[in-house]
Design a protein around this ligand. Sequence first.
Ligand SMILES: Nc1ncnc2c1ncn2[C@@H]1O[C@H](COP(=O)(O)OP(=O)(O)OP(=O)(O)O)[C@@H](O)[C@H]1O
Ligand SMILES: [Mg+2]
Length: 371
Amino acid sequence: MDLLTKKIYNLYMHIKFVELNNFRNYDACHVDFCDGFNLICGTNGQGKTNLVESLVILSQSKSPRTHHIEEVIRDGESCASTKIELEKKFGKLSLECVVDDSKKFFINGNEIDKLSELFGNLVTIYFSPNEMEIVSGGPQERRDFMDTEISQLSGNYYNLTQRYEKVLFQRNKLLKNTHDHKVILDQIDIWNEQLASLAAPIIKTRKNFITKLLAPAQKSMDYLSKDAEKLNFEYIGAAGETVAEIKQNILNLLEGNLAKDMEVGYTTIGPHRDDIKIEINGKDSKIYASQGQKRSIVLAIKIGELSLFEDVLGEKPILVLDDVFSELDSSRQKKLYESVKDFQVIMTGTTFKFKPTTEYKVIKVKNGTIK
Ligand SMILES: Nc1ncnc2c1ncn2[C@@H]1O[C@H](COP(=O)(O)OP(=O)(O)OP(=O)(O)O)[C@@H](O)[C@H]1O
Ligand SMILES: [Mg+2]
């Protein structure tokens, strides 16, 4: 199964406007975007990040800032919403998220049953300073990165990860709560089989994603660093090229690690423990790379994703940059601009040291209102 196979149609995606209601420090607000560069400016604490967060929720189904989605409800209110109109080549589409006691999504006014239906409608590549965790943080950050990005490309992948989590939970429950080893040995094969059947396509898809991302990310890194810094990364997980091979390897690993798993009371191998090894000039980037180099690595990965996503989806995704541009010196700002000027870009910053040569719009934010 290859969930990342190139599709044949060719589409173009851009957000026409967003409407917020009681969303963080916004009361009721409507913001029109241009198809090119949208520069969201304002001093600290005015609502720039809140505005881009409202867009990312509609592409990733979750906030990039918090696991507690109810935090987006304006203080003193009981319900928040964010709604966009999106233009694709086949026509217009509206996406809405309403947060009250729960979180609900609507496509063209119809509530969706499964989150997987949301993915692929609005596709964003999102970069904020927190994304530096892809390089600096632990393996969970890199797994979250892969899962978030691949889910946007494939609702099926998202469903697989959800089913995997459920089976993993059941296997862990058996390991943790059963003190009679014979009972575990009687039941474990069923869970191993189910877990391996779900783990294999997840790992295969992640390997595909990482392999396809490598060349465009390396190309961007070469460009950003003037060939001084060589980027490399690979997926670290069960071996195997095909889903069948990976499944067999996972089964072997589950059996080989059973004694350990019984001792610790949880499953110690599988895609929930995998990682990406990221190297710069042949050395582990987490230890070796400077702050500036780490930022360049993540930037190169994100720019690389733009072309990978365009290739897979047959349409250009939207780039959302929070607080990234202002951190770059003017030469890197110019390079970043050159790399992304054919996309719709929505970016925040306190100051911009350059003027786009393509279509652009300045959106001034002050205390939750737009000028
Ligand atoms: N649920 C909420 N209700 C009301 N106000 C909120 C809520 N959540 C956050 N805020 C307010 O939003 C403001 C922060 O907005 P935001 O993070 O978008 O600022 P920013 O413009 O990105 O600033 P910076 O330049 O520092 O990144 C703060 O004043 C904060 O108190
Ligand atoms: Mg901010």
